[in-house]
Design a binder for this molecule. Structure first.
Ligand SMILES: [Fe+2]
Length: 190
């Protein structure tokens, strides 16, 4: 089923207004993201397809005025990966082209009552391969820690990422140092 960008945006706004639990939001929006990726060639413009030879590129499709929704394209060349990060909000990811890889991590340190940015121990979880048409979702519980990218010997990829905020700030983890730090998204990367 084809879905226009305008209809998708209206559905997102309705679902967010009606649902307070992130798990409910992503459950309701995942099928719509699947329809949206199948319609991507109808609304994506050249500005949404801009890549960067130095790192994956993030291009805004829309964000709402109240800061509770944003939709981006991410453009991946072979071998380009995010740092290990979390978003602090829910997300729905749909793959348009290529195969996106998602490596999850779990915190295995004793999370203190007052959470801290040091002494963080991460253990790798499973790897998921997302082919064209695949949809992946996540919720903060309290974190969803992962890294995403494309295999060095893979094809370029294009994906769409819907988040439950404007995504102007998120956590980046240094697994060896056991630390995390806030990254402002003026850097256009997540
Ligand atoms: Fe992410």
């Amino acid at each position: 089923m084809h879905l226009s960008l305008e209809t998708f945006r209206r559905v997102c706004e309705t679902v967010v207004a009606e649902s307070s639990a992130p798990c409910q939001i992503v459950r309701r929006l995942a099928p719509h993201m699947r329809s949206l990726v199948q319609s991507a060639d109808r609304f994506l413009k050249p500005a949404h397809l801009r890549g960067d030879p130095d790192h994956y590129a993030r291009n805004l499709i829309f964000s709402d005025d109240s800061g509770v929704l944003s939709l981006f394209t991410l453009v991946w060349a072979p071998g380009q990966w995010t740092p290990i990060h979390d978003h602090g909000t829910w997300g729905v990811v749909g793959v348009v082209e290529g195969v996106l890889q998602e490596q999850s991590f779990m915190r295995v340190d004793d999370r203190p009552e007052q959470d801290r940015d040091e002494g963080i121990q991460l253990s790798p979880g499973g790897l998921v391969l997302l082919p064209p048409g695949a949809v992946s979702t996540f919720v903060p519980q309290p974190d969803h820690i992962h890294e995403t990218g494309v295999a060095t010997d893979g094809a370029p990829a294009l994906s769409m990422h819907l988040y439950g905020n404007e995504l102007n700030e998120f956590n980046v983890y240094d697994r060896n140092a056991g630390t995390r730090q806030r990254c402002r998204v003026a850097c256009q990367r997540t």
